[in-house]
Design a protein around this ligand. Sequence first.
Ligand code: SF4
Length: 371
Amino acid sequence: MKELMLKPVIQHLYLHIPFCAKVCPYCSFYVHGGGVSKQERFVEALVREIQSANVVWDLKTIFIGGGTPSMLSAPLFSRIQEALPPLSSEGEFTLEVNPATVTDKKVEVWKSSGVNRISLGVQSFRDEELKLLGRQHDSLEACQTFRDLRSHGFKNLNIDLIFGLPQQNQSHWRETLEIALSLSPNHISAYQLTYEEDTPFFEKVSQGSIIPNESERQEMFEITEAILQKGNLHRYEISNFSLLGNESKHNQAYWKGSDYLGFGPSAVSTVQHERWTNRADTESYIQEGMRSGVPQREREEITPQIFWKERVMLGLRTREGVLKEHFSHRNESIRTIDQLQKEGLIEERGDSWVLSPQGRLVADSIAQSFF
Ligand code: SF4
Protein backbone atom coordinates (compact mmCIF):
# COMPACT_ATOMS: atom_id res chain seq x y z
CA MET A 1 0.00 0.00 0.00
CA LYS A 2 1.34 3.41 -0.93
CA GLU A 3 2.28 5.57 2.03
CA LEU A 4 -0.15 8.46 2.35
CA MET A 5 1.79 11.75 2.23
CA LEU A 6 -0.11 14.49 3.98
CA LYS A 7 0.35 17.94 2.52
CA PRO A 8 1.45 20.58 5.02
CA VAL A 9 -1.12 23.19 6.04
CA ILE A 10 0.23 26.71 5.57
CA GLN A 11 -1.15 29.71 7.43
CA HIS A 12 1.53 32.35 6.75
CA LEU A 13 2.92 33.61 3.46
CA TYR A 14 5.70 36.07 2.67
CA LEU A 15 6.47 37.49 -0.79
CA HIS A 16 9.83 39.17 -1.46
CA ILE A 17 9.79 41.89 -4.14
CA PRO A 18 13.49 42.64 -4.75
CA PHE A 19 13.23 46.00 -6.54
CA CYS A 20 14.25 49.38 -5.11
CA ALA A 21 14.62 52.64 -7.03
CA LYS A 22 17.94 53.18 -5.24
CA VAL A 23 19.75 50.95 -2.76
CA CYS A 24 20.16 52.62 0.65
CA PRO A 25 23.73 52.58 2.04
CA TYR A 26 22.77 50.66 5.22
CA CYS A 27 20.60 47.99 3.57
CA SER A 28 21.68 44.35 3.55
CA PHE A 29 18.54 42.79 2.03
CA TYR A 30 18.63 41.22 -1.39
CA VAL A 31 17.51 44.22 -3.48
CA HIS A 32 18.42 45.89 -6.76
CA GLY A 33 17.03 48.20 -9.44
CA GLY A 34 14.98 47.04 -12.39
CA GLY A 35 12.73 48.56 -15.02
CA VAL A 36 9.17 47.70 -15.96
CA SER A 37 10.03 44.83 -18.29
CA LYS A 38 12.13 43.07 -15.63
CA GLN A 39 9.38 43.65 -13.08
CA GLU A 40 6.83 42.08 -15.44
CA ARG A 41 8.96 38.97 -15.99
CA PHE A 42 9.62 38.73 -12.26
CA VAL A 43 5.91 38.91 -11.44
CA GLU A 44 5.17 36.07 -13.87
CA ALA A 45 7.84 33.91 -12.17
CA LEU A 46 6.44 34.80 -8.76
CA VAL A 47 2.93 33.81 -9.85
CA ARG A 48 4.35 30.47 -11.05
CA GLU A 49 6.05 29.89 -7.71
CA ILE A 50 2.80 30.61 -5.85
CA GLN A 51 0.89 28.25 -8.14
CA SER A 52 3.45 25.46 -7.81
CA ALA A 53 3.18 25.20 -4.01
CA ASN A 54 2.03 21.71 -3.06
CA VAL A 55 0.36 22.58 0.24
CA VAL A 56 -3.05 23.04 1.81
CA TRP A 57 -3.70 26.73 2.31
CA ASP A 58 -5.41 28.03 5.42
CA LEU A 59 -4.00 31.55 5.20
CA LYS A 60 -4.11 33.76 8.26
CA THR A 61 -1.42 36.27 7.24
CA ILE A 62 0.17 37.55 4.03
CA PHE A 63 3.13 39.92 4.10
CA ILE A 64 4.47 41.51 0.90
CA GLY A 65 7.87 43.03 1.61
CA GLY A 66 11.23 43.56 -0.01
CA GLY A 67 12.65 45.65 -1.47
CA THR A 68 9.95 48.10 -2.39
CA PRO A 69 6.74 46.27 -3.30
CA SER A 70 4.95 49.61 -3.63
CA MET A 71 7.13 50.29 -6.71
CA LEU A 72 5.07 47.79 -8.68
CA SER A 73 2.41 49.32 -10.91
CA ALA A 74 -1.26 48.80 -10.06
CA PRO A 75 -1.73 46.13 -12.83
CA LEU A 76 1.35 44.19 -11.67
CA PHE A 77 0.15 44.27 -8.07
CA SER A 78 -3.26 42.99 -9.21
CA ARG A 79 -1.60 40.16 -11.14
CA ILE A 80 0.07 38.99 -7.92
CA GLN A 81 -3.06 39.43 -5.84
CA GLU A 82 -5.12 37.32 -8.25
CA ALA A 83 -2.66 34.45 -7.82
CA LEU A 84 -2.78 34.51 -4.02
CA PRO A 85 -4.61 31.78 -2.13
CA PRO A 86 -7.66 33.04 -0.22
CA LEU A 87 -7.06 34.75 3.10
CA SER A 88 -9.31 33.95 6.07
CA SER A 89 -11.94 36.58 6.88
CA GLU A 90 -10.00 37.75 9.98
CA GLY A 91 -6.69 37.52 8.12
CA GLU A 92 -3.95 40.16 8.12
CA PHE A 93 -2.63 41.33 4.74
CA THR A 94 0.39 43.62 5.11
CA LEU A 95 2.10 45.60 2.38
CA GLU A 96 5.38 47.46 2.82
CA VAL A 97 5.09 50.91 1.30
CA ASN A 98 7.78 53.47 0.54
CA PRO A 99 6.35 57.02 0.75
CA ALA A 100 8.13 58.04 -2.48
CA THR A 101 6.21 55.50 -4.60
CA VAL A 102 2.56 56.09 -3.74
CA THR A 103 -0.13 57.13 -6.23
CA ASP A 104 -3.92 57.28 -5.85
CA LYS A 105 -4.36 54.51 -8.39
CA LYS A 106 -2.02 52.16 -6.51
CA VAL A 107 -3.69 52.92 -3.18
CA GLU A 108 -7.08 52.08 -4.64
CA VAL A 109 -5.80 48.77 -6.01
CA TRP A 110 -4.17 47.87 -2.67
CA LYS A 111 -7.43 48.60 -0.91
CA SER A 112 -9.61 46.64 -3.32
CA SER A 113 -7.10 43.74 -3.23
CA GLY A 114 -7.72 43.20 0.47
CA VAL A 115 -4.56 44.79 1.90
CA ASN A 116 -5.63 45.74 5.42
CA ARG A 117 -2.31 46.70 7.04
CA ILE A 118 0.34 49.01 5.65
CA SER A 119 3.86 49.29 6.93
CA LEU A 120 5.19 52.68 5.88
CA GLY A 121 8.99 52.88 5.61
CA VAL A 122 9.55 56.37 6.99
CA GLN A 123 12.80 55.76 8.99
CA SER A 124 13.06 59.38 10.22
CA PHE A 125 11.07 62.61 10.23
CA ARG A 126 14.24 64.74 9.95
CA ASP A 127 15.22 65.63 6.41
CA GLU A 128 19.00 65.63 7.01
CA GLU A 129 18.75 62.10 8.43
CA LEU A 130 16.66 60.93 5.47
CA LYS A 131 19.33 62.30 3.16
CA LEU A 132 22.08 60.50 5.07
CA LEU A 133 20.06 57.26 4.83
CA GLY A 134 19.76 57.70 1.08
CA ARG A 135 15.97 57.84 1.21
CA GLN A 136 13.99 59.42 -1.60
CA HIS A 137 11.21 61.03 0.41
CA ASP A 138 11.26 63.92 2.88
CA SER A 139 9.44 64.31 6.16
CA LEU A 140 6.51 66.26 4.69
CA GLU A 141 5.92 63.64 2.02
CA ALA A 142 5.96 60.88 4.65
CA CYS A 143 3.33 62.72 6.75
CA GLN A 144 1.19 63.40 3.70
CA THR A 145 1.39 59.77 2.55
CA PHE A 146 0.37 58.57 6.00
CA ARG A 147 -2.68 60.87 6.01
CA ASP A 148 -3.62 59.84 2.45
CA LEU A 149 -3.53 56.17 3.42
CA ARG A 150 -5.79 56.91 6.39
CA SER A 151 -8.22 58.86 4.26
CA HIS A 152 -8.37 55.94 1.82
CA GLY A 153 -9.66 53.83 4.69
CA PHE A 154 -6.55 51.96 5.89
CA LYS A 155 -7.30 51.47 9.56
CA ASN A 156 -4.13 49.61 10.53
CA LEU A 157 -0.94 51.57 9.81
CA ASN A 158 2.60 50.91 10.95
CA ILE A 159 5.47 53.39 10.75
CA ASP A 160 9.00 51.96 10.43
CA LEU A 161 11.71 54.06 12.09
CA ILE A 162 15.46 53.70 12.64
CA PHE A 163 17.50 55.16 15.47
CA GLY A 164 21.17 55.25 16.39
CA LEU A 165 22.14 57.05 13.18
CA PRO A 166 25.50 58.78 12.79
CA GLN A 167 25.29 62.28 14.36
CA GLN A 168 21.81 61.60 15.72
CA ASN A 169 21.24 62.57 19.33
CA GLN A 170 18.46 61.98 21.81
CA SER A 171 16.57 65.15 21.01
CA HIS A 172 16.61 64.37 17.27
CA TRP A 173 15.20 60.92 17.98
CA ARG A 174 12.63 62.36 20.36
CA GLU A 175 11.50 64.75 17.60
CA THR A 176 11.02 61.87 15.14
CA LEU A 177 9.04 59.87 17.70
CA GLU A 178 6.83 62.86 18.59
CA ILE A 179 6.01 63.55 14.93
CA ALA A 180 5.25 59.86 14.41
CA LEU A 181 2.92 59.90 17.41
CA SER A 182 1.15 63.03 16.16
CA LEU A 183 -0.07 60.91 13.21
CA SER A 184 -1.72 58.37 15.59
CA PRO A 185 -0.30 55.18 14.07
CA ASN A 186 -1.51 51.76 15.25
CA HIS A 187 2.02 50.41 15.37
CA ILE A 188 5.61 51.63 15.31
CA SER A 189 8.66 49.50 14.57
CA ALA A 190 11.76 51.24 15.97
CA TYR A 191 14.93 49.47 14.88
CA GLN A 192 18.41 50.32 15.99
CA LEU A 193 20.68 50.88 12.98
CA THR A 194 23.06 47.98 12.57
CA TYR A 195 26.16 48.20 10.43
CA GLU A 196 25.84 45.12 8.23
CA GLU A 197 28.81 43.71 6.33
CA ASP A 198 29.01 44.51 2.61
CA THR A 199 27.16 47.80 2.98
CA PRO A 200 28.65 51.28 2.37
CA PHE A 201 27.85 52.20 6.01
CA PHE A 202 29.85 49.22 7.28
CA GLU A 203 32.80 50.33 5.22
CA LYS A 204 32.59 53.81 6.66
CA VAL A 205 32.66 52.37 10.17
CA SER A 206 35.68 50.23 9.23
CA GLN A 207 37.48 53.28 7.83
CA GLY A 208 36.61 55.37 10.90
CA SER A 209 34.54 57.96 9.03
CA ILE A 210 31.47 56.84 11.02
CA ILE A 211 32.02 56.30 14.75
CA PRO A 212 28.94 54.84 16.44
CA ASN A 213 28.24 56.49 19.79
CA GLU A 214 27.15 53.49 21.87
CA SER A 215 26.06 55.38 24.99
CA GLU A 216 23.91 57.78 22.93
CA ARG A 217 22.39 54.78 21.11
CA GLN A 218 21.60 53.11 24.41
CA GLU A 219 19.89 56.23 25.73
CA MET A 220 17.77 56.49 22.58
CA PHE A 221 16.71 52.88 23.12
CA GLU A 222 15.74 53.69 26.71
CA ILE A 223 13.62 56.78 25.95
CA THR A 224 11.72 55.08 23.12
CA GLU A 225 9.31 53.12 25.30
CA ALA A 226 8.50 56.05 27.59
CA ILE A 227 7.68 58.31 24.63
CA LEU A 228 5.65 55.77 22.70
CA GLN A 229 3.56 54.92 25.75
CA LYS A 230 2.12 58.43 25.48
CA GLY A 231 0.46 57.29 22.24
CA ASN A 232 -0.76 54.07 23.93
CA LEU A 233 1.76 52.11 21.92
CA HIS A 234 3.00 49.27 24.09
CA ARG A 235 6.19 47.34 23.57
CA TYR A 236 5.41 43.71 22.68
CA GLU A 237 8.81 42.94 21.19
CA ILE A 238 12.14 44.68 21.62
CA SER A 239 11.68 46.77 18.45
CA ASN A 240 7.89 46.73 18.09
CA PHE A 241 5.18 48.82 19.73
CA SER A 242 1.45 48.72 19.11
CA LEU A 243 -2.00 49.66 20.28
CA LEU A 244 -3.52 46.70 22.10
CA GLY A 245 -4.85 44.29 19.48
CA ASN A 246 -2.78 45.77 16.63
CA GLU A 247 0.33 43.60 17.11
CA SER A 248 1.66 42.20 13.82
CA LYS A 249 0.17 38.71 13.53
CA HIS A 250 2.60 37.80 10.78
CA ASN A 251 5.71 38.61 12.81
CA GLN A 252 4.27 36.93 15.89
CA ALA A 253 3.91 33.75 13.83
CA TYR A 254 7.66 33.85 13.03
CA TRP A 255 8.58 34.45 16.66
CA LYS A 256 6.42 31.54 17.83
CA GLY A 257 7.97 29.13 15.33
CA SER A 258 4.92 28.60 13.10
CA ASP A 259 5.40 27.16 9.61
CA TYR A 260 5.42 29.66 6.74
CA LEU A 261 6.21 29.83 3.04
CA GLY A 262 8.32 32.58 1.45
CA PHE A 263 8.30 33.23 -2.30
CA GLY A 264 10.64 35.37 -4.39
CA PRO A 265 14.45 35.50 -4.60
CA SER A 266 16.17 35.15 -1.19
CA ALA A 267 12.86 34.32 0.54
CA VAL A 268 12.97 31.74 3.32
CA SER A 269 10.38 29.04 4.08
CA THR A 270 10.11 26.83 7.15
CA VAL A 271 7.80 23.82 7.06
CA GLN A 272 7.76 20.75 9.28
CA HIS A 273 11.32 21.04 10.58
CA GLU A 274 12.79 21.84 7.21
CA ARG A 275 13.95 25.26 6.04
CA TRP A 276 14.83 26.33 2.54
CA THR A 277 16.05 29.60 1.05
CA ASN A 278 15.44 30.63 -2.53
CA ARG A 279 18.58 31.58 -4.41
CA ALA A 280 19.19 35.34 -4.19
CA ASP A 281 19.40 35.96 -7.93
CA THR A 282 16.41 37.52 -9.67
CA GLU A 283 17.53 36.67 -13.21
CA SER A 284 17.86 32.96 -12.49
CA TYR A 285 14.65 33.13 -10.41
CA ILE A 286 12.85 34.38 -13.52
CA GLN A 287 14.38 31.76 -15.81
CA GLU A 288 13.77 28.81 -13.47
CA GLY A 289 10.30 30.15 -12.68
CA MET A 290 9.40 30.11 -16.36
CA ARG A 291 10.75 26.57 -16.76
CA SER A 292 9.27 24.85 -13.73
CA GLY A 293 7.85 27.39 -11.28
CA VAL A 294 10.39 26.22 -8.71
CA PRO A 295 13.56 28.27 -8.12
CA GLN A 296 16.88 26.88 -6.88
CA ARG A 297 16.78 26.40 -3.12
CA GLU A 298 19.21 25.64 -0.34
CA ARG A 299 17.84 23.32 2.31
CA GLU A 300 18.61 22.78 5.97
CA GLU A 301 17.05 20.61 8.64
CA ILE A 302 15.66 22.33 11.73
CA THR A 303 16.91 19.96 14.41
CA PRO A 304 15.29 20.06 17.88
CA GLN A 305 18.41 21.92 19.07
CA ILE A 306 18.07 24.62 16.38
CA PHE A 307 14.33 24.88 17.03
CA TRP A 308 14.96 25.34 20.76
CA LYS A 309 17.67 27.93 20.16
CA GLU A 310 15.41 29.99 17.91
CA ARG A 311 12.52 29.88 20.41
CA VAL A 312 14.82 31.18 23.15
CA MET A 313 16.43 33.89 21.00
CA LEU A 314 13.18 35.17 19.51
CA GLY A 315 10.97 34.50 22.55
CA LEU A 316 13.17 36.47 24.92
CA ARG A 317 12.68 39.51 22.72
CA THR A 318 8.90 39.38 23.20
CA ARG A 319 6.56 40.57 25.97
CA GLU A 320 5.47 36.94 26.58
CA GLY A 321 9.05 35.73 27.02
CA VAL A 322 9.93 32.02 26.94
CA LEU A 323 7.93 29.28 28.67
CA LYS A 324 9.82 27.77 31.61
CA GLU A 325 9.14 24.30 30.24
CA HIS A 326 11.53 25.09 27.35
CA PHE A 327 14.38 24.98 29.86
CA SER A 328 13.19 22.17 32.15
CA HIS A 329 15.47 19.40 30.80
CA ARG A 330 18.54 21.53 30.34
CA ASN A 331 20.61 21.78 33.51
CA GLU A 332 23.10 24.12 31.92
CA SER A 333 20.32 26.56 30.98
CA ILE A 334 18.79 26.42 34.44
CA ARG A 335 22.15 27.53 35.87
CA THR A 336 22.28 30.36 33.31
CA ILE A 337 18.78 31.49 34.30
CA ASP A 338 19.72 31.50 38.01
CA GLN A 339 22.68 33.69 37.22
CA LEU A 340 20.70 36.10 34.99
CA GLN A 341 18.01 36.37 37.66
CA LYS A 342 20.60 37.25 40.31
CA GLU A 343 21.97 39.96 38.00
CA GLY A 344 18.45 41.37 37.54
CA LEU A 345 18.44 40.75 33.79
CA ILE A 346 15.58 38.26 33.67
CA GLU A 347 12.31 38.02 35.63
CA GLU A 348 9.72 35.36 36.33
CA ARG A 349 6.23 36.08 34.98
CA GLY A 350 3.72 33.26 35.49
CA ASP A 351 4.93 30.25 33.52
CA SER A 352 7.56 32.21 31.61
CA TRP A 353 10.87 33.98 31.83
CA VAL A 354 10.93 37.54 30.48
CA LEU A 355 13.70 40.11 30.16
CA SER A 356 13.79 42.88 32.77
CA PRO A 357 14.11 46.51 31.51
CA GLN A 358 17.84 46.16 32.24
CA GLY A 359 17.96 42.87 30.33
CA ARG A 360 16.33 44.39 27.25
CA LEU A 361 19.39 46.60 26.81
CA VAL A 362 21.54 43.51 26.27
CA ALA A 363 18.98 41.11 24.82
CA ASP A 364 21.26 39.59 22.20
CA SER A 365 24.09 38.78 24.59
CA ILE A 366 21.59 37.26 27.06
CA ALA A 367 20.27 34.97 24.32
CA GLN A 368 23.86 34.02 23.45
CA SER A 369 24.59 33.09 27.06
CA PHE A 370 22.31 30.03 26.65
CA PHE A 371 24.36 28.53 23.82
S1 SF4 B 1 14.19 51.10 0.41
FE1 SF4 B 1 14.31 49.55 2.06
S2 SF4 B 1 14.70 47.61 1.04
FE2 SF4 B 1 15.15 49.24 -0.46
S3 SF4 B 1 17.33 49.59 -0.25
FE3 SF4 B 1 16.34 51.05 1.10
S4 SF4 B 1 16.24 50.00 3.10
FE4 SF4 B 1 16.71 48.42 1.56
